[in-house]
Design a protein around this ligand. Sequence first.
Ligand code: PXP
Length: 248
Amino acid sequence: MTAKLNVNIDHVATIRQARKTIEPSIVTAAVICEQAGANGITVHLRGDRRHIQDRDIEILREVVTTYLNVEMAATEEMIEIAVRTKPDAVSLVPENPFEVTTEGGLDVIKNKETVQNAVEKMKAVGIFVSIFIDPNEDQIKVAAEIGAQQVELCTAEYAELTLSSRAAHGEGLKKAEAEIQRIKHAAETAKSLGLIVAAGHGLTYRNVGALAAIPEITEFNIGHNIISRAVFTGLYHAVEEMIEAIKN
Ligand code: PXP
């Protein structure tokens, strides 16, 4: 079965916030993604509100008819927002105020109590809980132990290895292939523990295919590359092309 695609539309809000104005509309973006065949919409409500705002979550909750997945840190502030707005899913992510983007998976071993508290509070109101983690067996075991229903495997390292033409040759190719094997093993481990497996971060039209071939991965969360392509082709076509890249 082909894996689902949730389109991360954070960067539509990034453009809007550059002028702190009303356009481009994330509502229009969400609807176009859905019409183009996306299975869901993902947004990251960051502590610093650099792109998505609290009001966006409330509006998207009303507008999105497919699946609304909100990425957030496991803080009391974010738990309160999730419990109040009830997205279909919450993906717990690490957050560092100075990072350009999320820098790797959440360390659930180190933050076990905090993350477990967040998982329990979200599940208690019927929110599906995913945890964004590195493709590491020990992290996956703890994610299962504390009650996560899904893990999203961080593909940042794979993305870095496949970013340039270096990846197509010699050492670069070997490293990328080894990382695919690491992700595959992590996906198998997670599935064997009863977890649903997603993947994301830095994925592109060019590099998603090798991961889409891993049958345990049933969902991708992809943002930057789709929104970048949309600047030139329009959002509808950019989403369609990513769906095709996942299928093939
Ligand atoms: N998954 C998670 C948990 C993320 O934090 C992000 C970035 O917000 C993504 C997926 C999407 O990454 P990208 O924008 O590089 O496709």
